[in-house]
Design a protein around this ligand. Structure first.
Ligand code: ATP
Length: 263
């Protein structure tokens, strides 16, 4: 579903501000594979997501989504493929528009133009059913302006908007990090439900190792622009936070030839 081959990205090359963000990263995700991504600050996690989303273009390498080469396709031209939720609950929704208007825009993403933004009765019923699944009472507040919602409510809505049109790839960039623990737990549960319900191929960045181990079917750890740990299936289920910390300690002192540590 997603294939990155030898992708590299350097910011401000040839200047004193040069930052090598990704080096020769290759990654293949099977359909419905749910991969959590961990790594220290500056490891390249957001750059990886930005390249998949098309907000950045790689210096070299290729990116293929569902058989289509999208390497140099700008983000608005691959929007139909991508659902994304950011760390900032304010980022994923339009604050001056109502809940139903936001949902109508999300539903129309990537579809042909026409009368698609209108909120018909059948759409409204669909929105109410989807909102009810969040268990936040938002199904009775379709006309509420989104700017009035709490951060947790907005993030749950962003997640719904990113998933219910069933994108090929779901990108989650520390989307629970800015929430209080109970709201983070709720959004985590909603994430697992949505990914499973829609069989979404997912990349989820988190700084929470316990969450990275608990969620998903595969886990990668990045360090200095490379994937240094890649575990899936039973091996992931067996892995512990101590294993991940141990791998991270090793990688900090390892050479480039010895960077895949938990295999
Ligand atoms: N727009 C940019 N301009 C210049 N340098 C950037 C830009 N985005 C990222 N970088 C640099 O690229 C490297 C990787 O950054 P990236 O944000 O991808 O890391 P990250 O793993 O997401 O880190 P964090 O956990 O801190 O969010 C860092 O050295 C960062 O400073």
């Amino acid at each position: 579903m997603l294939d990155l081959t030898s992708v590299s990205k350097t910011f401000f090359p040839g200047t004193v501000n040069e930052r090598r963000a990704l080096t020769d990263v290759s990654l293949s995700l099977a359909p419905a594979e749910f991969t959590t991504v961990i790594g220290s600050n500056g490891a390249g996690k957001s750059t990886l997501l930005n390249l998949v989303a098309g907000s950045l273009t790689p210096d070299s390498g290729s990116i293929v989504i569902d058989g289509s080469v999208v390497t140099r396709l700008p983000d608005h031209r691959r929007a139909a493929y991508i659902g994304r939720v950011f760390q900032d609950p304010m980022a994923g929704t339009a604050p001056t528009m109502t809940i139903e208007e936001n949902l109508a825009i999300a539903l129309s993403r990537g579809r042909s133009r026409g009368l698609r933004l209108g909120v018909t009765r059948s759409k409204r019923e669909f929105f109410q059913a989807e909102l009810a699944s969040l268990e936040l009472g938002l199904e009775d507040r379709l006309k509420t302006v989104v700017g009035l919602l709490s951060g947790g409510q907005r993030q749950a809505l962003s997640l719904l908007m990113a998933t219910f049109s069933e994108p090929r790839i779901l990108l989650l960039d520390e989307h629970t990090a800015a929430l209080d623990p109970s709201r983070a737990e709720l959004v985590t549960r909603l994430t697992a439900d949505a990914v499973e319900r829609h069989h979404l191929t997912t990349l989820m960045v988190t700084h929470n190792m316990e969450q990275a181990l608990r969620l998903g079917t595969r886990l990668i750890m990045m360090h200095e622009g490379r994937i240094v740990v890649d575990v899936a299936g039973e091996q992931k289920q067996r892995a512990t936070v101590a294993d991940l910390l141990g791998a991270f300690e090793k990688v900090k002192g390892a050479g480039f030839d010895d960077r895949t540590l938990l295999q």
